[in-house]
Design a protein around this ligand. Structure first.
Ligand code: HMG
Ligand code: MG
Length: 307
């Protein structure tokens, strides 16, 4: 049943991260052709922003070491934007050489995670991204800046708000078109979300340039998303079937499942352009490839047969 909420955005753009955030965390390396099929099926379900892969150092994330083979297989899928992660100039050149036109750099709000994920201090990592963003913009690419550990860090605990805001504004000042606020380990609660969004607005970061990226470790991802929608955020990251995690953040579990998000948005009368049953079928198919059931409640509820 649909009960519209006129105070919320009328339309939400889902930034689908299953093929990247999801598959980077799988123990087994998924065959390239299966990844390509996954992206095609996500597009068939109506998703228009599908984060395809990462051009990181292959030794760091072997699961996505096939980026050079995968990207050309999905590049021609029509009607989709295919952002890719790049950590540095080397990654950017690899991505641009294949025709990528939407890239994402990924910063951390904490020192410990900057070290664990990028082998750099926080300031060194911002210095690493500066020429990457500039060169990407010069090449005509659209650039997203992720900020991880916005709401808590497994090593450092609570993260001071001004520290998060500093990293966000640094990425904004570099020229990032969009910032995605990451709850990498899924510890946030809705009041924190409201607090960070308000603080960012106060520093001139407009809500229209913000996306939210919640992992669901403590079951808070949907509540946090709702808080972000109430604030006016209309770009939400999610992962088909709830795949995901981060290999360099202990206690990171899957992302908010795209199907769970869709169930809520549909009930609120919010447009996404995504077909829920097709997406459930895709996640059930992927669960079969991975050999385990999807953690998404909605996928399980709508897939009567054993996955
Ligand atoms: P490093 O080991 O310090 O590398 O890694 P380096 O800069 O010292 O370079 C050493 C060698 O690696 C050089 O080769 C480079 O060319 C090569 P050599 O000259 O010795 O022959 N190299 C590369 N090769 C291919 N592609 C590259 C590349 N870069 C260097 N891009 C580095 C530093 C940043 C590269 C590494 O730490 C890295 O790749 N990290 C990525 C980790 C990652 O992908 N984490 C997961 C994504 S983030 C996430 O999931 C969070 C998010 O979802 C949001 C949230 O939930 O919060 C986005
Ligand atoms: Mg993530």
């Amino acid at each position: 049943m649909v009960v519209p909420a006129p105070e919320l955005p009328a339309r939400v753009r889902i930034h689908e991260v299953g093929a990247r955030d999801g598959l980077q965390n799988e123990k087994a390396v998924v065959p390239t052709e299966v990844k390509a099929e996954f992206v095609r099926r996500l597009a068939d379900a109506g998703l228009t922003t599908i984060e395809a892969t990462s051009f990181v150092r292959p030794e760091w994330v072997p699961q996505l070491a096939d980026a050079e083979r995968l990207f050309p297989l999905v590049r021609e899928v029509s009607g989709v934007e295919l952002p890719v992660l790049v950590p540095n100039q080397r990654g950017l050149e690899r991505a641009l050489a294949l025709g990528a036109d939407r890239i994402a750099v990924f910063a951390s709000a904490t020192e410990t995670f900057a070290k664990a994920n990028l082998n750099r201090t926080l300031d060194e990592s911002l210095a690493l991204f500066e020429p990457v963003v500039r060169r990407a913009k010069d090449a005509g690419a659209w650039v997203r800046g992720y900020v991880s550990m916005c709401f808590g860090d497994p090593w450092e605990g609570a993260v001071p708000l001004p520290q998060v805001v500093r990293v966000c504004t640094a990425l904004r000042d570099m020229g990032c078109d969009e910032l995605s606020l990451g709850d990498t380990i899924g510890v946030a609660t809705p009041g924190q979300v409201r607090q960070l969004l308000t603080a960012l607005n106060a520093d001139g970061v407009t809500t229209a340039t913000l996306a939210v990226h919640f992992h669901d470790t403590y079951g808070q991802a949907l509540a946090n998303t709702y808080a972000a929608l109430e604030h006016g955020v209309s770009t939400v990251d999610a992962s088909a079937g709830g795949l995901g995690g981060c290999p360099y953040a202990k206690s990171a579990t899957g992302n908010l499942a795209t199907e769970d998000l869709l169930w809520m948005l549909r009930g609120l009368g919010i447009e996404t352009g995504v077909d829920l049953s097709r997406l459930v079928a895709t996640s059930a198919w992927m669960a079969g490839r991975l050999g385990r059931p999807s953690p998404s409640r909605t996928v399980r509820a709508l897939s009567p047969k054993e996955q």
